[in-house]
Write a protein that binds this ligand. Structure first.
Ligand code: FAD
Length: 465
């Protein structure tokens, strides 16, 4: 009996994020107990929380900053991304044009300044996160995908991105796949990173700057005591002047956050390191981060030891569980492995070493927004919708300005001053998402009712095509 590619390739997979499967993941900080005063309390130890802590301390070294994390640093989305870096703070230029057409110029300038600050901080603190500034490339799948690239190219040229348009032969010379019809390679200010090395570098930096950090310390509830805010955790409480909720898709900190933030999951497969001969079968000498134009988008990149990360298979779970057991079985990864095989049929002998999923905070804007509670002394900053490695630094910076009530132009711009639309509550949310995921999955092959359904969801504010 011959065993098919998917079964063989998934045979030895472990269900752990590759980025965290390392011996040198840092020691745990102790959980909190007792009563603690803090000027600023940050809730959530992902990129947003750590960037907020670092920027608060760099701006004012004597400021008393405490960060609490429910589980361990990087246990949310930040330990699980594809690791493609981008300049955009609004989920790409096309999304920024969709949601804030009047602010596009300023948002682009803010994105570039943010990326500059991101690079500068990592260099100053000598964080080695395997960053490769190799650019990002969108590859067109089918003739429809070529039209998507036309629009993207025009937009990128308008903002003076260093883009190269590739026809079928050119794109095949970059990365060989029978599916790729064309490409658009944006060469500057983007690339790939090892998110695990990045986040533990940020943790080290925060501790060195004097941030007090408690892991295994979930925020349970916030109460207003007048002069301060009381944040209750299982073994004690914090009294703080301001609280930044960097809880992303978990939407913890206030029951209303979830009205505008939905948690979906995205899944990733990582191969074993490719041999030089295997790599030669696909090319990829310039090692770009890659997205394709499929309705259920796939993204891919190389690691420093030449593994292929292949991601992009959404899933929904009722009531947003933290670590769904289903995603620690092979089943949800089989379709992703099939997509890998269609993309790189010449790699029929590779094996997958790791498979994992992570939470995505989805909003109708697909970009960071800010919710204000307790008279603006508690700010939720999140909702990057799957595009947050560099944008989280920006989200953290704006969140801090809002808490401190510092007047800067950003805080009056629409992205910070207004909110994304509400999303229907459960059980409608789960039902609608399940139908949408199925439609996304099969729209390209089967069409039919799926296309009007996806249009309807788009009219609700979610850009799907
Ligand atoms: C599969 C996947 C692929 C992705 N790929 C990319 C990519 O290639 N490029 C890119 O730019 N972005 C990507 N992203 C998005 C990016 O990872 C996120 O936008 C970013 O990590 C968000 O950081 P965060 O700190 O806001 O959220 P998180 O990292 O989710 O942090 C939130 C933290 O809050 C903690 N928390 C929750 N509740 C409580 C509580 N009650 N008390 C205390 N702490 C609490 C959680 O444990 C968690 O650690 C991807 C995301 C996923 C899931």
């Amino acid at each position: 009996m011959t065993i098919d590619f998917v079964t063989r390739a998934l045979a030895d997979v472990v269900f752990t994020p590759f980025w965290l499967d390392r011996d040198d993941v840092s020691d745990l900080e102790p959980p909190h107990a007792g009563k603690t005063d803090a000027e600023l309390l940050i809730v959530g130890g992902g990129f947003t929380g750590l960037w907020a802590a670092i920027q608060a301390k760099e701006a004012d070294p004597v400021r008393d900053v405490v960060l609490i994390e429910a589980e361990t640093i990087a246990s949310g989305a930040s330990g699980r991304p594809g690791g493609i870096l981008s300049t955009s703070i609004m989920h790409g230029l096309a999304n920024a044009e969709r949601v804030f057409p009047d602010d596009l110029e300023r948002l682009e300038a803010l994105g570039r300044a943010n990326l500059h600050g991101f690079r500068d901080t990592l260099e100053r603190h000598r964080v080695d996160a395997d960053i490769e500034w190799t650019g990002e490339m969108t590859v067109a799948i089918g003739k429809g995908g070529v039209g998507v690239l036309d629009e993207e190219e025009a937009l990128h040229r308008r903002f003076n991105y260093d883009v190269v348009r590739l026809d079928r032969d050119d794109v095949q010379a970059e990365l060989r796949s029978p599916l790729f019809e064309a490409g658009l390679w944006s060469k500057r200010d983007s690339g790939t990173v090892h998110p695990g090395k990045l986040i533990f570098g940020l943790k080290r930096m925060a501790l060195q700057l004097g941030v007090r950090l408690f892991e295994k310390t979930p925020l349970v509830k916030i109460e207003d005591t007048g002069a301060t805010l009381r944040a209750i955790a299982p073994n004690g409480e914090f009294h703080a002047r301001g609280i930044l909720l960097a809880t992303n898709a978990f939407a913890a900190g206030h029951p209303h956050i979830r009205r505008r933030v939905a948690m979906i999951r995205d899944r990733i497969l990582m191969t074993d390191p490719l041999s030089a001969e295997q790599l030669a079968r696909i090319g990829w000498r310039n090692r770009q981060g890659i997205y394709d134009t499929r309705t259920q988008l796939n993204y891919m990149r190389l690691t420093s030891d030449n593994r292929i990360l292949f991601g992009g298979r959404l899933g929904v779970f009722r009531n947003a569980p933290r670590d769904p057991a289903f995603d620690r079985t092979q089943r949800p990864y089989r379709r992703l492995a099939e997509a890998f095989q269609r993309t790189f049929p010449q790699l029929d002998d590779v094996r997958f070493s790791h498979a994992w999923s992570g939470p995505i905070a989805l909003t109708t804007r697909m970009a960071v927004h800010f919710q204000r509670y307790f008279g603006g002394r508690v700010i939720y900053a999140g909702g990057y919708s799957g595009f947050g490695i560099t944008a989280s630094r920006f989200g953290a910076a704006v969140g801090l300005k809002l808490i401190d009530q510092t007047a800067v132009p950003e805080t009056t711009m629409a992205f910070a001053a207004t909110l994304p639309r509400r999303i229907p509550p459960e059980p409608l949310r789960y039902l609608g998402s399940t139908i949408t995921m199925h439609a996304l999955d099969t729209a390209d092959e089967k069409g039919g009712w799926r296309l009007p359904w996806l249009k309807l969801i788009e009219r609700m504010g979610f850009p799907l095509s």
